[in-house]
Design a protein around this ligand. Structure first.
Ligand SMILES: NC(=O)c1ccc[n+]([C@@H]2O[C@H](COP(=O)([O-])OP(=O)(O)OC[C@H]3O[C@@H](n4cnc5c(N)ncnc54)[C@H](O)[C@@H]3O)[C@@H](O)[C@H]2O)c1
Ligand SMILES: [Zn+2]
Length: 351
């Protein structure tokens, strides 16, 4: 088992490759009440959980994005209130990123913030959502617009969860790992070179290594810039176009799949602007394709994507901005790119 410490508004351990049932016992000991917030498909895994001397409540919420709503939040507040949760009690979130986001937000708001532990069950949740302290929910105005920074007191990563994940979801989670490799850790790219998704899944050791390396980078970045000023922005590599593509697909594409397309876009643009070498662009294509991730998107989507990029720019109240790379591990900010250049880069990736 590997352990990484994250220092944000509080310092907390991330245990990678642990057995969550064992690891959690000392962390909840001494608490009168524990609220296990689990998504529907995960609930059955809790059937046999017992912690002597602790009153364990199980609060089930809908799977995925459906559960990340004001309705869920309200029902969690009601449950916590009904069971008399105090400041010395604790919330344990078990599920994908959507579940840990909303359960973390419930913990952030109950009594102005009680402790919570994240037990991510998807690869995306393990390498991204559970670490960094962002909690929140969706609303009619968009995803993740309502939320708060409230770090968990521990993150328990048990690789056994991953066995039931589809190849598609596993690959989508790996897209963020690949992103982290490009922005900060070449070793990740070396580890993934020539690997197909089945090769990665076949090795728990490799999976644990990739998760640990990714989280080390995220932890370093978040520790330096908890509330997202500049340093944290590098984690958005591939995300500017990625978000537009994700929205355009009506969320048919997984977040990680959209980010894979977004990385190819920014790499194409960077080569075109003379910032990146064509070899590095080719490496992007090779690694993502080998993992079965998409690297192309419909040519006809450009006008709508450009509109979405402009909308994003407006809602953030600043110029359209990309995180780009000049080499592996060397990030820079790209602003004021003209529409013609954006369109040309898109033409190179679209089909
Ligand atoms: N807080 C952050 O910093 C942060 C970062 C990245 C993403 N996120 C959020 O995370 C969410 C995406 O995370 P996700 O990809 O885990 O999605 P998700 O939570 O929606 O889970 C995807 C699906 O997988 C199912 N599932 C969960 N565990 C499983 C398992 N072990 N085996 C089989 N199926 C399983 C879920 O029930 C769900 O239907 C988004 O809401 C996103 O906004 C947050
Ligand atoms: Zn992402």
């Amino acid at each position: 088992m590997k352990r990484i410490m994250v220092s944000a508004e509080r310092s907390y351990p991330v245990s990678i490759g642990c057995e969550w049932r064992e690891e959690i016992l000392p962390l909840i000991q001494g608490r009168a009440r524990v609220a296990f917030v689990v998504s529907t498909s995960i609930r059955r895994h809790l059937a046999s959980f017992a912690a002597p001397g602790i009153l364990a409540h199980i609060f089930e919420i809908p799977d995925g994005e459906l559960g990340k709503s004001a309705t869920t939040l309200e029902s969690l507040w009601e449950s916590l209130g009904r069971e008399g949760f105090t400041r010395s009690d604790i919330v344990v979130a078990i599920g994908g990123g959507a579940t840990t986001d909303i359960a973390g937000f419930a913990a952030a708001t109950w009594l102005r913030g009680i402790d919570w532990i994240a037990v991510p069950t998807t690869l995306a949740g393990m390498v991204d959502a559970s670490v960094g302290g962002k909690t929140g929910m969706n609303s009619d105005f968009g995803k993740n617009l309502i939320g708060s920074f409230h770090s968990p007191s521990a993150v328990l990563i048990d690789l056994a969860w991953l066995t039931t994940l589809s190849d598609r979801d596993f690959a989508a989670g790996l897209a963020e790992v690949v992103k982290t490799g490009f922005i900060a850790d070449e070793e990740i790219l070396t580890n993934l070179a020539g690997k197909k998704i089945k090769d990665v899944r076949a090795s728990l050791e490799l999976t644990a290594e990739l998760i640990a390396r990714s989280l080390q980078v995220k932890s370093n970045v978040v520790s330096e810039d908890f509330k997202e000023s500049f340093a944290r922005e590098i984690l958005n590599y591939g995300h500017t176009m990625g978000h537009a593509v994700e929205l355009h697909s009506g969320f048919e594409l997984r977040h990680g799949e959209a980010v894979a397309i977004g990385m190819i876009f920014i790499a194409e643009l960077s080569v075109q602007l003379g910032i990146m070498s064509s070899e590095l662009l080719a490496l992007h294509r090779r690694i993502l394709t080998d993992l079965g991730l998409p690297t192309t998107y419909a040519a006809s989507a450009w006008p709508e994507l450009f509109r979405l990029l402009a909308l994003d720019k407006k809602s953030r109240g600043r110029a359209l901005r990309f995180v780009a790379l000049s080499a592996v591990g060397k990030t820079l900010r790209l602003e004021d790119v003209n529409e013609g250049d954006l369109k040309l880069a898109y033409e190179r990736l679209s089909s």
